[in-house]
Design a protein around this ligand. Structure first.
Ligand SMILES: Cc1cc2nc3c(=O)[nH]c(=O)nc-3n(C[C@H](O)[C@H](O)[C@H](O)COP(=O)(O)OP(=O)(O)OC[C@H]3O[C@@H](n4cnc5c(N)ncnc54)[C@H](O)[C@@H]3O)c2cc1C
Length: 456
């Protein structure tokens, strides 16, 4: 079918304004804010309903056109830049908050609802509830973030955001609508079980399995008071035990670690940032006392910081990218890996060495996930977007990091193509066989974000 006729069909489905193959519209979809090189896109389409998504998928499947779902496009690892050309399906128009269940604490939303939108909606309409949100800009979608095992405020206590999905409405390349989770049986989107759980297949599969049109995401109680207790550590080998002990006491809502060589006074230290919450000053004071004692025991110091700094850390989301823009020019590659707690000291060494090798100021940290079951360790590689050599330098640092992470037993998070390839090389052969089999079953024509998670 000719390009002209494909565009005509897309326009018939979504309306003339919401389908395009004009180069000025496609330009922004051919790149992302990370260090990936741009790649060509043939069409962009913005559906408004599940029915429109069904019709677009039927067309793409019939004509064997690759299709790439996109939320906010902020993942930074090239996941929404098509590898094999085709259609980018931008989900931003599907932004209805369908239902908030106060008692069972979940929100049923469309896939284009952003983190900023849900946060603002709850603040106004359900002030005692809070959603899981990352430190990404508020235009990131709840779906896009949960679908990459994202993490953020509440992850320490309740797990990564993928585990907070209660239910999905998914449209597969055959154009059929599938409901996963309790919503397959009940009108309530309140849980994933107790039926065979297929939701996990759609998380970190980077749009290679189907298009999510609706999801139910868990909400959590918002306590009256929230504060931070800073600690300062000089011996990273003591961190895993300290963190494990803090999570044992249940005093922390969240735990972040920060390691930065700039400004100079931060060099050589790990900042431990523990978020505490409660219903009274007294409760916060008690939690602070417990933490101070634990810091002391682990040869770390409690640190009182000015209110101005406290305010920055208490904001949700924090403006993370600005703090790491050392090269100027706005380039920021946010490299992450899931690791077990004991690997934190080694990751600090790896992040520092790779940064210095690539002449980047070491800037890294970790976010605790699921009461100490894992940490998401992140390293920021800044680059000057107008300098192709500097962008390549960030990509090389990313490559070195993925390699080192896999060697010590961690797993690169939201891995770009090169990282996916390295993960697949190490993956258990039967896991790979299963992955290939499931992908072929759901997407026999290989139209869903092809090139990603490609098992040879
Ligand atoms: C400054 C900055 C700070 C960040 N901080 C954090 C942080 O603290 N925690 C964190 O977790 N992340 C963070 N990130 C990374 C990332 O921005 C977020 O995880 C973000 O929420 C991803 O959401 P998105 O809507 O941009 O997803 P996208 O990039 O649009 O999509 C992510 C993946 O999901 C797929 N996808 C999207 N929508 C659908 C759909 N409807 N159906 C099927 N597949 C779909 C895409 O194809 C892609 O593979 C940060 C990024 C930046 C730029």
């Amino acid at each position: 079918m000719s390009e002209k006729n494909i565009l005509k069909e897309l326009e018939e489905i979504v309306g003339k304004e919401f389908a395009s193959n004009r180069s000025e519209d496609l330009y922004i979809y051919s790149q992302d804010p990370g260090a990936s090189l741009s790649r060509p896109v043939d069409f962009v389409v913005m559906p408004n309903t599940s029915k429109e998504v069904q019709d677009i998928l039927k067309l793409a499947n019939r004509e064997k056109i690759p299709i790439v779902p996109m939320g906010g496009g902020l993942t930074l690892s090239g996941l929404v830049i098509p590898v094999k050309r085709g259609i980018v399906m931008d989900m931003k128009r599907m932004n209805n908050i369908i239902e908030v269940n106060e008692l069972s604490r979940f929100a049923l939303i469309e896939a284009g609802v952003t983190t900023g939108q849900l946060l603002a909606y709850l603040n106004i309409n359900h002030p005692h509830l809070q959603p899981p949100i990352p430190d990404a800009p508020p235009s990131a979608t709840i779906a896009g973030n949960a679908l990459i095992h994202g993490s953020g405020y509440l992850s320490q206590k309740f797990g990564d955001h993928g585990s907070m999905i209660n239910g999905l409405e998914v449209i597969l390349p055959d154009g059929e609508v599938y409901k996963l989770g309790s919503c397959a049986v009940s009108d309530y989107w309140f849980t994933r079980g107790p039926i065979p759980d297929f939701i996990g297949m759609f998380i970190s599969s980077f749009g290679t399995m189907g298009i999510i049109t609706k999801l139910s995401i868990k909400l959590f109680p918002k306590h009256k008071m929230r504060n931070i207790v800073f600690g300062l550590n000089k011996d990273a080998t003591l961190l895993p035990e300290l963190i494990s002990n803090i999570t044992f006491t249940d005093v922390a809502e969240d735990i972040l670690l920060g390691i930065q060589d700039k400004p100079d006074w931060m060099k050589g230290y790990t900042f431990i940032i523990v978020y505490i919450t409660g219903e009274s000053e007294e409760e916060l004071n008690d939690k602070t006392k417990i933490l101070k004692k634990m810091y002391r025991k682990a040869k770390s110091r409690y640190m009182k910081v000015p209110n101005r700094i406290e305010d920055i850390f208490l904001e949700k989301p924090q403006f993370a990218a600005g703090a790491a823009d050392f090269r100027k020019g706005g380039g920021f590659e946010y490299v992450g890996a899931f690791i077990p707690l004991q690997l934190i000291p080694e990751m600090i060494k790896i992040g520092t060495n790779i940064s210095l090798k690539h002449e980047i100021i070491p800037t890294m940290g970790a976010r605790l996930i699921g009461q100490g079951h894992a940490a998401m360790f992140f390293i920021s590689y800044s680059f000057n977007r107008s300098d192709p050599k500097d962008m390549k330098n960030a990509r090389d640092a990313l490559h070195d990091t993925n390699k080192a992470v896999l060697e010590i037993g961690g797993i690169p998070w939201k891995a770009e193509l090169d990282g996916q390839r390295m993960i697949l090389e190490r993956m258990n052969p039967n896991y790979k066989k299963l992955l290939k089999g499931i992908k072929n079953l759901l997407d026999p024509n290989g139209i869903m974000n092809p090139g990603n998670w490609e098992v040879k």
